[in-house]
Design a protein. Structure first.
Ligand SMILES: Nc1ncnc2c1ncn2[C@@H]1O[C@H](COP(=O)(O)OP(=O)(O)O)[C@@H](O)[C@H]1O
Ligand SMILES: [Mg+2]
Length: 374
C-alpha cells in the first residue's frame, strides 16, 4: 500500500491554500481528488500487451497446464490493467472466461527489485516446513521472467474481495474482516517465531529506516534532530541488549493486499510480499493493518492517525481490536512509532516519487515528528 496522500497540509498558505482548506472542510477534496486521479489514470493507461512484447509468449510457453482449463497457449491478457504505475498488473486467462491468472510487469528499477523480493519471500515461505497448511494464503506463481527484460511474472488469480471493499461497509463487518486478517497473520507469526538478540537486528529494524527518512532532509533541518531523539527512544524501548521474539512478517499488511470471503469472515489470500522479511517485529504487521485501516475509514492521512493512536486516543470504531494487539512493556507508543517509521521508509524505497512529494512528507512524516517527538 502507498501511504495515504489525502489530507491537507496545514501550512499551505495563500489563495491556493485557502481554496484547498475550504474544499477540505466541505469534504469535497476527497471526491475531487478521486476524480482527478481517475482522469490521470485514464491518461496514463497503457496497453500491457505492447509493454510485454515478446515476454508474454515466453512466459506463456514456460507455463505448466492448469487443471480444468484449456492450454495456456490459448490464453489472452486483458487490455485493461489494474495498476498503471510502475507495476502493471493485468488479468490473463482463456478467452471469454473469468481470469485464471494475472501478469505483473515491473517498469522501474525499484519495482523490479520489489517484484524479485516478492518472489524470493513467497518461495522461501512456501519451502519453509514450519508453514504447513498456512501456505494456502500465499500467491502461486505460474511463470517467472525476472532475469529478462521486461521483468514480469504470472501469478494465479487470487479469488476473493479485497479488504478495502470491506472497510467501506458498516463498522461491524469492517471490524470482523480486520479481525480475520489479524488472526491469519498472527498464525504466520506463531509458526515462524524465534527469539533473537535485538542488537543483531537493530540495523534492519531501526537504523536503516531512520537513515532512509533522514536522507530526505538537508543538514540542520528540524526533522533531523527529532529523528535523532526518536532513534534514542525506540532503541531504549526495544531494548538494545535484550532478546526479543521475532518472526516472518509481511511488512505491507494493508487493505489492498488481503483478499477475503464475501462475508468478511475468512481470509482467502495475501498478496504483495515485496516488503516481507524472515526476522521482523511481528507486531508491526498488526499495527500497520490497524493504523492504515483506521486512516482509510476515517478518510485521514496516516500521520494524523499515528499521532492519535500513539497518544492513546484510538480510532473509536476499531477500539476493541486494538486491545487484542501486542504492546511493548513501555506501552503502545513505541510500536506505533516503529511501525510508522518502517512503513514510510518502505514507501521511500518503493517509489522514488515520494522523496519530492512535499504534501506527502508534510502529512505522513512532519506531522508525526512535530507532534509526537519532543
Ligand atoms: N494474484 C493476483 N490476483 C488478483 N489480483 C492481483 C494479484 N496480484 C495483484 N493483484 C491486483 O493488483 C494490485 C497491485 O498488486 P500488488 O502486488 O499488491 O502491487 P503494489 O501494491 O505494490 O502495486 C493488487 O492490489 C490487486 O488488486
Ligand atoms: Mg499491494
Amino acid at each position: 500500500m502507498k501511504t495515504e496522500r489525502r489530507e491537507m497540509p496545514r501550512q499551505l498558505g495563500g489563495i491556493a491554500g485557502l481554496t484547498i482548506r475550504v474544499l477540505y472542510r466541505s469534504r469535497l477534496l476527497a471526491p475531487l481528488g478521486r476524480l482527478a486521479r481517475s482522469v490521470l489514470a485514464a491518461r496514463r493507461s497503457v496497453d500491457i500487451r505492447e509493454l510485454l512484447g515478446g515476454a508474454l509468449p515466453r512466459l506463456i510457453s514456460s507455463m505448466q497446464p492448469v487443471e480444468g482449463l484449456p492450454s495456456p497457449e490459448t490464453w489472452v491478457v486483458a487490455r485493461e490493467a489494474i495498476g498503471v504505475s510502475s507495476l502493471v498488473v493485468a488479468p490473463l486467462g482463456p478467452p471469454g472466461a473469468a481470469p485464471a491468472a494475472v501478469v505483473k510487469l515491473a517498469r522501474s528499477p525499484e519495482v523490479v527489485e520489489e517484484l524479485r523480493a516478492h518472489v524470493r519471500a513467497v518461495q522461501a515461505l512456501s519451502g519453509d516446513p514450519r508453514i504447513g497448511p498456512w501456505g494456502r494464503y500465499l500467491p502461486d506463481f505460474l511463470a517467472l521472467g525476472l532475469t529478462s527484460e521486461p521483468a514480469a511474472v504470472v501469478e494465479r488469480y487470487m479469488v476473493g474481495i479485497p479488504l478495502t471493499r470491506m472497510l467501506r461497509r458498516e463498522p461491524d463487518l469492517a471490524a470482523r474482516s480486520i479481525s480475520a486478517c489479524l488472526e491469519v497473520i498472527g498464525e504466520l507469526h506463531t509458526r515462524t517465531a524465534s527469539v533473537v538478540t535485538t542488537a543483531d537486528h537493530l540495523a534492519a529494524w531501526l537504523d536503516g529506516p531512520l537513515a532512509a527518512v533522514s536522507s530526505l532532509y538537508p543538514a540542520g533541518a528540524w526533522q533531523l534532530s527529532k529523528l535523532g531523539c526518536l532513534g534514542d527512544e525506540l532503541r531504549q524501548a526495544v531494548g538494545i541488549n535484550a532478546s526479543t521474539p521475532a518472526s516472518w512478517i509481511h511488512g505491507d499488511y494493508t487493505r489492498d493486499n488481503i483478499f477475503l470471503s464475501p462475508d468478511g469472515g475468512e481470509v482467502l489470500g495475501i498478496l504483495d510480499w515485496g516488503s516481507a522479511r524472515p526476522v521482523g517485529v511481528a507486531a508491526v504487521d498488526a499495527y500497520l493493518l490497524l493504523l492504515s485501516s483506521a486512516a482509510y475509514r476515517q478518510r485521514r492521512a496516516l500521520g494524523h492517525v499515528v499521532v492519535d493512536v500513539a497518544r492513546e486516543r484510538g480510532p473509536s470504531a476499531l477500539d476493541p481490536l486494538w486491545a487484542s494487539v501486542e504492546m511493548l512493556p513501555s506501552g503502545r507508543r513505541a510500536l506505533v512509532l516503529l511501525t510508522w517509521l518502517q512503513h514510510v521508509a518502505h514507501n521511500l524505497a518503493k517509489a522514488a516519487t515520494y522523496r519530492d512529494h512535499l504534501a506527502w512528507r508534510a502529512l505522513n512524516i512532519d506531522v508525526v515528528l512535530r507532534k509526537l517527538v519532543v
